[in-house]
Design a protein around this ligand. Sequence first.
Ligand SMILES: [Zn+2]
Length: 203
Amino acid sequence: MTPGDHGRLLLLSGGVDSTALAAICRPDHALFIDYGQRPAAAEQRAATQVAHLFGLPLTTLQLDLRPLGGGLLLNEATQPGAPSPEWWPYRNQFLVTAGAAIAFQRGLSQVLIGTVLGDGDRHADGTVRFYAALDELLRLQEGNLSVAAPGIDRTSEELVAASGLGADVLGWTVSCHRSNLPCGDCPGCWKRARVLRAAGMQP
Ligand SMILES: [Zn+2]
């Protein structure tokens, strides 16, 4: 830790990106949030295994955002005005805010999120500009917390390569937007298959 750094909390979904960040950043704490997404049970199992592997204390939080949600993570209906099929309105803002509150409770100073290059093309809450604004918003509040997206300038493939993780760990990851059993036919499943193929694995 550097002076003023009281520890980092990683938002760990159990997907390839946040799992790679757990390996690269070695945070001090992990947080899994069940916000009502359909694959929550599978994601929580994956996050629990990843946290255990890295010796990360894991907090799990139930935060039912279904009345506010939309997109494939919620149901099969198309959200009017959605920038992408999986878009859940303001999701990352909610997740970072919840992460900051948990970090504050535990005396930690920064929230890490596994956003990667390309996410910003699918929804505005995956852009550098969004995190810069959210960081400023956190810093002006009590606690002086910050948020960082350390993978935002790298693709998932680059992040996984940098993590050095192999099939034994990446095999646990969960990225399906629809269900606890991967559907094989959603942007999350397509992405995970692409990333595992690039790493020389069978998805
Ligand atoms: Zn899927």
